[in-house]
Ligand binder design. Structure first.
Ligand SMILES: C[S@@+](CC[C@H](N)C(=O)[O-])C[C@H]1O[C@@H](n2cnc3c(N)ncnc32)[C@H](O)[C@@H]1O
Length: 220
């Protein structure tokens, strides 16, 4: 089982500024747990998580050399994650920046596991622009008219980031149009997408989509 991180050091004041783990967080964790054997089989050793959380590092921390990189646009989320690493006695490489921009091309085709639980809630375009500029809590959910404004930017970077056997796990909401996301990734970038978990949580219908390169599908 993937242990849930000890978050007892975080206070209600932190959660005024930082996204509190919720159903979407735990659904992604469950999907990764189901895929743990596959990830071991591909000898995954570089993980990049955009929009910080903490799970694989805990799971693998004593298993093999594992580089866990995470980025978040919200500086408070980054500070909390550094503290979470200390609280759980693990080294996390936390970078405050937007999506994968801080790495330039240095990670080219070297990421074995890419994770993104994005701001996916449909909002006005003005709200998403303001949220991205302010880098505060609103950036956790504001996703523009179809909830895809931030996700679409990352989708365009996946091909250049993933290693040949790499996997990309994306959290999406029904309103984000999951079939369209899967079609776009196949037609534009040559990735096969599969819904590996879905769950209704209150008003939200959440999906975890796993993408692999089309040519690698037979080994998944
Ligand atoms: C839905 S929350 C998910 C938080 C966490 N990953 C989880 O699963 O509980 C989305 C996260 O993405 C971050 N985020 C939003 N826009 C971003 C961007 N352009 N680059 C990096 N992170 C971003 C937010 O600050 C927030 O922490």
């Amino acid at each position: 089982m993937i242990p849930t991180p000890d978050l007892s050091h975080l206070t209600s004041q932190d959660y005024d500024q930082v996204y509190e783990p919720a159903e979407d967080t735990f659904l992604l964790l469950d999907a990764l747990e189901e895929d743990a054997k596959n990830l071991r089989d591909i000898n995954a050793c570089v993980c990049l998580e955009v929009g910080i959380r903490l799970c694989l590092e805990l799971y693998w921390k004593n298993s093999w050399p594992f580089l866990y990189l995470c980025t978040d646009i919200n500086p408070h989320a980054c500070k909390c994650t550094v503290l979470t690493g200390k609280q759980n006695h693990i080294d996390l490489n936390v970078v405050n920046g937007s999506l994968v921009a801080p790495f330039g091309t240095r990670l080219a085709n070297n990421v074995d596991v890419l994770l993104f639980n994005p701001p996916y809630v449909p909002t006005s375009e003005e709200e998403v622009s303001d949220a991205q500029l302010s880098r505060e809590l609103g950036g956790s959910w504001a996703g523009g008219s179809d909830g895809m404004r931030i996700t679409n930017v990352l989708l365009g970077r996946v091909e250049g980031l993933l290693s040949p056997e790499g996997r990309f796990y994306l959290v999406a909401l029904k309103q984000n149009n999951v079939p369209q996301i899967v079609d776009t990734m196949r037609q534009k970038y040559g990735f096969l997408g599969e819904v590996v978990l879905q769950r209704r949580a209150g008003r939200e219908h959440l999906f975890i989509i796993r993408f692999v390169r089309e040519s690698k599908n037979s080994s998944s």
